[in-house]
Design a protein around this ligand. Structure first.
Ligand code: ZN
Length: 267
C-alpha cells in the first residue's frame, strides 16, 4: 500500500503524465489512492491534473465525507465503489484518452484476443453501459465488470483503470489507450485478425512471467476460434449449439459458396 507521505507526490506526477500525454483536457480526469484507516486521497475538482501540488489533494472517508480542506473529485463515488468491491485495489485513475474514449463512444469494447501483449498482461477491456458522470449511476455501471477487469471503458465517457498501486493503475490506463490506437489502425488496414486458440493458450501460460494474477485473461466474445470456454470471461450466450450450430455451419458454407462461385455470371 502506498504510504501517506509519498502518495501525494505520486498523484501529482501521474496527473502531469495524464495531461502531458493528452489523456485529459482542461480539468478532466481524476486520480485517487487508498490510504490507511479507510481513508482515500483524491484529486480535487475543477483543477487541471497537470498543474497540481500535494496540498491541493483532498482526503475523504469510505463514504466520501471530506476529511480535509478542498473539494474532492466529482467522480469520487466511482472510485469509492471500486475500493469497496476490490479490496486489493489501492489506486484508481480515470481519464478520457482519445482512442479508448473513441471506442467507448462508438459502443465498442476491446475484448477480442488480437494483441499478444494485451492478452499476456491486461486481458480484455470490457465496456460499461453509460452512466451519468458524478452520480451513483456511473459507479453502478461498473458492477458487471469490476470483478473481472482491471480497466473498463465507460460508454460515451472515458476509461477507468485500477491497480494495487498507482503506477500499476496508470500503466493499465496507458496500455488501454495504446491498444485502442493499434486496433483503430488495424481497422483502417482491413481489420484485426483473431489469434488462434493455440497461440492464446501460449500467451496465457506467459502471464505468470508477466506477474499477472489470472484476472481477466481473455476475451468475452470467443466462440471457439480462440480458447472458448476455457476463458474466464467466456460467456455461454456466445456459444453456438444444437440447431443453431447447424444453422451457423450452413450459413457459413452458403456464404463461402456465394463468395467463390461465379456461375451466375456464366449463363
Ligand atoms: Zn470523466
Amino acid at each position: 500500500m502506498l504510504n501517506e507521505r509519498s502518495g501525494p507526490e505520486q498523484i501529482c506526477e501521474i496527473g502531469r503524465r495524464l495531461y502531458a500525454r493528452g489523456m485529459v483536457a482542461a480539468n478532466d480526469g481524476n486520480i485517487s489512492i487508498r490510504l490507511g484507516a479507510g481513508k482515500i486521497l483524491t484529486t480535487p475538482t475543477g483543477v487541471c491534473k497537470g498543474l497540481m501540488s500535494p496540498e491541493m489533494l483532498v482526503t475523504v472517508d469510505a463514504e466520501g465525507r471530506v476529511q480535509s480542506a478542498g473539494k474532492p473529485s466529482t467522480e469520487i463515488l466511482m472510485h469509492l465503489f471500486i475500493y469497496r468491491e476490490r479490496p486489493e485495489v489501492n489506486a484508481v485513475v480515470h481519464a478520457h484518452p482519445i482512442y479508448a474514449t473513441g471506442f467507448a463512444t462508438a459502443g465498442l469494447a476491446l475484448e477480442s484476443c488480437v494483441a499478444a501483449e494485451i492478452i499476456a498482461t491486461l486481458g480484455s477491456i470490457p465496456l460499461a453501459p453509460y452512466g451519468t458522470p458524478s452520480t451513483p449511476e456511473l459507479a453502478e455501471s461498473l458492477r458487471p465488470h469490476v470483478h473481472r477487469a482491471d480497466a473498463i471503458l465507460l460508454a460515451n465517457h472515458g476509461v477507468v483503470a485500477m491497480g494495487t498501486n498507482l503506477e500499476e493503475a496508470y500503466f493499465r490506463l496507458e496500455r488501454v489507450e495504446h491498444y485502442a490506437q493499434i486496433v483503430a489502425v488495424s481497422r483502417q488496414l482491413g481489420g484485426e485478425q483473431l489469434l488462434p486458440r493455440s497461440e492464446v493458450e501460449k500467451l496465457f501460460a506467459l502471464r505468470g512471467k508477466y506477474g499477472q494474477t489470472g484476472l481477466n485473461p481473455g476475451c468475452a466474445t470467443c466462440t471457439g476460434e480462440c480458447i472458448g470456454a476455457a476463458c474466464l470471461n467466456y460467456d455461454s450466450k456466445y456459444e453456438v449449439t444444437g440447431e443453431d450450430a447447424l444453422g451457423a455451419i450452413v450459413a457459413r458454407v452458403l456464404h463461402r459458396v456465394r463468395d467463390h462461385c461465379d456461375c451466375a455470371h456464366e449463363e
